[in-house]
Design a protein around this ligand. Structure first.
Ligand code: SUG
Length: 417
C-alpha cells in the first residue's frame, strides 16, 4: 500500500530572478535576468509527466498567494509603498522548491505508526521565511487523514529547511528506514541554513527511534562551494546512497554508522578526482530524483545541465555500463528553475504513504496535467524583467493567474491561510 509519491511544487506566475539567496551561486549569478514564468511552469509540468511515464505516483503543491500581502502587512507596509528589496521578497515564487516545504517521516519509521510532517520554518532567508503558513495550510488539507500528523514549524532561530537536508534509507519504501538528518555548522562565507537543534527537534516531533536516526554534519567545503542544501551533493533512495566524496564533514564515520545500521546499504560515491564539487554543483548531478521506476529499475532523473558537463556525463555513462545500482538515467529540462538554484530534486517533496489517504485534489494524472498546462498557458506571464516587479498590471496578472489555478483545482477558499 505504501508507495513513494513525489509532490512537485507548481512553478508560480511570479517566478523571477532577484538574487535573494546568498550561497546559492546560480541564483546570485542570475540576479536581474529576465525570467519566463510560463515556460518555467510548463517545464515543471513536463517533469511531472516524465515521472508518470516512469510509473510513479505524482502529487502537486500549489504556488502561494504572491505578493504575500499578509507578510507585508505584518511589516506595516504594502506592496505599493514597500522598498524594492521587500517587494522582491514578497513576490518570490520560492515555494516551487517543495523539497523545502517539510520534513517527512513515513509511518513505518515512527513510534505511533503515523506519517509525520513538520513544515520547514526557512528562517535563514527572508524571502523564504514567510512561506510556512501557506505551506502548512496545504499540508493540513492534503494530509488531513488521521494516518498523518502535520506539525507546526520549529521556532526561530533554529533554521530548518525541510526534506532537502533529510534522507531515508530502507529496503523498500514501505519498510522501516534509517533517517538521516544533515545539518551545517559552518560554510565559509555562506550561511549554514540547517541547524542541528532544528534537526534534533524534528526527529523528536516525529517520534523516531534514536537508534535508527543519524545526525550528520554537512561538510563546510560543500557549503562554501555552493551546496546550500545537502540535496545538492547527496540523494538517497531505498538502499542506495548517492553522494559526492566531499558531501559530509566526517564521511568515514557516517558511512561506518550507516553500514552498522544497514549492512545491505549501497553507497555510490563520486570521487572529487572525477567530478569536482564545482562541477557537481554547476551540473546538479546530485539534485536528481533517484527513484525506483515501475519496472523496478533504479533511475536517476537529472537536469539537462548534467548531460552538458563532460565530467559528469562521463561518470554517469561509466556507472551505467558497469553493474552499479543506478540502472537508468532520464534527462529533464527545468532550466528556469535551475537558474535560481533549483533542480529536479528541489522541485519535489517525497512522501511515502498510501495514496488512498491523500486528498485527491493534490494528486495528478496525465489528464489533470493537461488541464493545469492549459491554465498556465492561458494565464502565466510570458516574461518578468526584474525591473518590472513594481508594475501594478504585472501584479494583477500574477494574482489572476494563481486564482485561475486554484479554481481549476477546486481549492477556492481552502488553502489561503
Ligand atoms: O532557497 N532559490 C532557492 C533554491 C532552493 C533549492 N532547493 C533545494 N536545494 N532543495 C533557495 O536558495 C532564489 C530566489 C531568487 O533569488 O529570486 C531561491 O530562493
Amino acid at each position: 500500500m505504501i508507495q513513494e509519491i513525489n509532490f512537485d511544487g507548481i512553478i508560480g506566475p511570479s517566478h523571477n530572478y532577484a538574487g535573494l539567496s546568498p550561497g546559492n551561486l546560480a541564483a546570485t549569478r542570475n540576479a536581474g535576468a529576465t525570467a519566463q514564468p510560463r515556460a518555467a511552469a510548463l517545464q515543471g509540468i513536463a517533469k511531472m509527466r516524465a515521472n508518470l511515464a516512469l510509473g510513479l505516483t505524482q502529487g502537486i503543491l500549489l504556488p502561494h498567494p504572491r505578493p504575500d500581502h499578509r507578510w507585508l502587512a505584518a511589516l506595516h507596509t504594502n506592496y505599493e509603498s514597500a522598498a524594492a528589496h521587500l517587494q522582491a521578497r514578497a513576490l518570490s515564487a520560492s515555494p516551487m522548491w517543495a523539497a523545502n516545504a517539510a520534513t517527512v517521516s513515513p509511518a513505518p519509521d515512527t513510534e505511533d505508526g503515523r506519517c509525520h510532517l513538520t513544515v520547514a520554518n526557512l528562517v535563514t532567508m527572508p524571502h523564504r521565511s514567510h512561506e510556512w503558513p501557506a505551506t502548512l495550510a496545504q499540508l493540513r488539507l492534503a494530509f488531513a487523514d488521521p494516518g498523518f500528523v502535520v506539525h507546526d514549524p520549529i521556532p526561530a532561530p533554529f533554521g530548518d529547511e525541510g526534506a532537502a537536508n533529510h534522507m531515508r534509507l530502507t529496503s523498500t519504501h514501505g519498510d522501516a528506514g534509517i533517517e538521516i538528518f544533515v545539518y551545517g555548522e559552518a560554510g565559509g562565507p555562506f550561511p549554514a541554513r540547517q541547524h542541528r537543534e532544528a534537526s534534533e527537534a524534528v526527529a523528536r516531533a516525529h517520534r523516531l527511534d534514536p537508534a535508527r536516526t543519524l545526525l550528520v554534519e554537512q561538510s563546510p567545503e560543500a557549503i562554501a562551494a555552493g551546496a546550500f542544501h545537502n540535496d545538492v551533493v547527496a540523494v538517497a533512495n531505498e538502499r542506495t546512497l548517492f553522494a559526492h566524496e566531499q558531501a559530509f564533514a566526517d564521511r568515514d564515520g557516517f558511512y561506518a554508522d550507516l553500514r552498522r545500521l544497514m549492512p545491505e546499504v549501497e553507497i555510490v560515491e563520486v570521487p572529487a578526482a572525477r567530478v569536482s564539487l564545482a562541477d557537481a554543483i554547476q551540473s546538479y548531478l546530485f539534485n536528481a530524483q533517484l527513484v525506483t521506476a515501475g519496472t523496478g529499475a533504479q533511475t536517476l532523473v537529472v537536469p539537462a545541465e548534467a548531460r552538458e558537463n563532460a565530467a559528469v556525463w562521463g561518470w554517469l555513462q561509466e556507472h551505467l555500463a558497469g553493474n552499479g545500482p543506478i540502472r537508468a538515467v532520464e534527462v529533464v529540462d527545468v532550466r528556469e528553475s535551475m537558474a535560481n538554484g533549483g533542480g529536479p530534486a528541489c522541485l519535489r517533496l517525497r512522501v511515502a504513504c498510501d495514496p488512498a489517504l491523500v486528498d485527491p485534489r493534490f494528486l495528478v494524472d496525465a489528464q489533470k496535467l493537461d488541464r493545469l498546462a492549459a491554465v498556465i498557458a492561458a494565464h502565466w506571464p510570458e516574461a518578468i524583467a526584474f525591473d518590472a516587479i513594481g508594475d501594478p498590471a504585472l501584479i494583477e496578472q500574477i494574482t489572476q493567474a494563481r486564482r485561475a489555478l486554484v479554481e481549476a483545482l477546486d481549492l477556492v477558499g481552502l488553502i489561503d491561510r
